[in-house]
Design a protein around this ligand. Structure first.
Ligand SMILES: C[S@@+](CC[C@H](N)C(=O)[O-])C[C@H]1O[C@@H](n2cnc3c(N)ncnc32)[C@H](O)[C@@H]1O
Length: 458
């Protein structure tokens, strides 16, 4: 259950939750991200007086996310149980209801009863209430056989489209299973300790004193064993900690910005890495972000952490057009956290494989290459550029950098801990392995999938 769902107020009716979640599901299946789909569905379908109610939005988020985590299975079940393709609104209500039956979150009777009420509540689905009842009951009768049959297909078991599975298997062979298994987990909640305000040991002690179980998973990274609303984390409002995956916490230290250095954080919102850079070094950062609304998030994060001030400039601009933000003085360090397939963060964004098409990876790689070539002239001689993507696909990582250094003779790749000649590919690790993995301090023990390459201008 999400943190929001624990907010004060009466519990929303399950039928209302199913109505809103099914509207979000329909939007998601027509190409919208889960976040956007939830926003629109809550705005348009919340019962009167309940828009903005944390309990409703938390419950809707849980139901919709639970369906996304079973997307492949739901497609299969709908194909088996519904003989003529239903109206999208009916298919969506069936999908979110089947997901709840699969998750066994409610008794079967309650779920079927509330799904039928949800169908009756909207003109688009009212005529299909009997059909919703019949399909859900048929699923319950055939449940074991259907689940066994569905799970025999690995793409369904790992909840990814077949092309995504094939790509991972091509690139990683037997290791693909570990990546896919880790990405089925609930995302771990990891904090970064603001070293200007606390130490990891002090923070750990405060968390434990507040009854929050946590353990270190990286130099400044603390893993909270149970998801907790940020407002309930001691020191969050006071800027002692931020939420950031331990793999993302490698960027700022690896950039090794020194006192007084000029740093460009290209693609900066919401500012997680900008803040980390300012926490660990007395450098000056230009944080450039194309989306003005997201740029505001950088400002508010820096304020919360006590880092807003003359060392940080938040600039709305397009890094593919340097004139939109650059005054002509070269940077000593550049961080390029480029837009990517997000194939390394699927457990945080389980909608990602369902929103991408196979051709997207090549298109994103082309854009990343343009960004690299555009930013390279902005780097001072002997300066360093750290390229990061939260991807596990080589086209955006290892192969991208191999091509870049072939075309830029003044670029050389500096070796990162555990890295290869073109950078370091971190594959997502599983929560189940944290207890057994020793970790050597160079890379954290629990992290999402990232690719890192550190380039130096000769
Ligand atoms: C991976 S996110 C960055 C995350 C951020 N570095 C952090 O650690 O919090 C990529 C960001 O790049 C922005 N972006 C995409 N294309 C851009 C461009 N051409 N110029 C500037 N920002 C861009 C997106 O709006 C998005 O906010």
């Amino acid at each position: 259950m999400s943190a929001e769902a624990h907010a004060a107020g009466p519990s929303p009716a399950l039928a209302d939750v199913l109505v809103v979640a099914s509207a979000a599901w329909a939007r998601l299946r027509s190409g919208q991200s889960l976040e956007r789909a939830l926003e629109s569905a809550l705005r348009e379908q919340s019962p009167p007086g309940q828009h903005g109610d944390g309990r409703l939005s938390g419950a809707v988020r849980d139901v919709a996310a639970s369906a996304v985590r079973r997307c492949a299975m739901l497609e299969y079940l709908l194909g088996e149980l519904v003989h003529r393709p239903p109206d999208p609104a009916v298919a969506a209500l069936l999908a979110v209801s089947l997901a709840q039956l699969l998750a066994r979150s409610y008794t079967e009777f309650t779920l079927v009863d509330q799904a039928v009420r949800a169908a009756r509540a909207r003109p688009l689905t009212a005529g299909a209430a009997a059909m919703v009842n019949a399909v859900l009951r048929e699923f319950l009768r055939r449940r074991d056989a259907l689940e066994t049959q569905a799970s025999s297909d690995p793409a369904r078991r790992f909840n990814v489209p077949p092309w995504w599975l094939a790509r991972l298997q091509d690139e990683y062979g037997a290791r693909a299973t570990a990546v896919l298994t880790a990405q089925l987990e609930e995302p771990p909640l990891v904090l970064r300790v603001n070293c200007r305000r606390a130490t990891p040991a002090q923070t750990l002690a405060e968390l434990r004193a507040a009854g929050i179980d946590a353990s270190p998973v990286g130099a400044s990274a603390l893993w909270l064993h149970r998801a907790t609303a940020v407002e309930r984390i001691p020191g969050f409002a006071a800027g002692m900690v931020s939420v950031q995956d331990a793999g993302a916490q490698l960027a700022a230290p690896w950039l090794s910005a020194g006192t007084g250095m000029r740093v460009l954080d290209a693609c900066a919102a919401p500012g997680g890495k900008t803040a980390h850079l300012l926490e660990i070094a007395d450098c000056r950062v230009d944080a450039v972000e194309m989306d003005p609304q997201r740029a505001v998030l950088i400002e508010s994060n820096l304020r919360r952490l006590g880092l807003a001030g003359e060392r940080a400039r938040v600039l709305v601009g397009d890094i593919l057009r340097p004139r939109s933000f650059w005054e002509g003085v070269p940077y000593d360090r550049i961080l390029l956290d480029a837009p990517c397939s997000a194939s390394g963060v699927v457990r945080r964004h389980p909608d990602v494989p369902w929103l991408r098409r196979p051709s997207d990876v090549a298109n994103l790689a082309t854009r990343q290459a343009k960004m690299l070539h555009t930013l390279w002239p902005l780097l001072a001689p002997a300066g360093r550029l750290l390229y990061v993507v939260c991807s596990v696909f080589a086209e955006e990582g290892r192969r991208q950098i191999a091509t870049f250094v072939r075309r830029q003779p003044a670029a050389r790749v500096l070796r990162l801990p555990h890295g290869g000649p073109t950078g370091l590919q971190l594959l997502p690790t599983s929560i189940a392995d944290v207890a057994t993995e020793p970790g050597d301090g160079a890379v954290p023990v629990l992290h999402d999938g990232f690719f890192y390459a550190l380039l130096e201008k000769i």
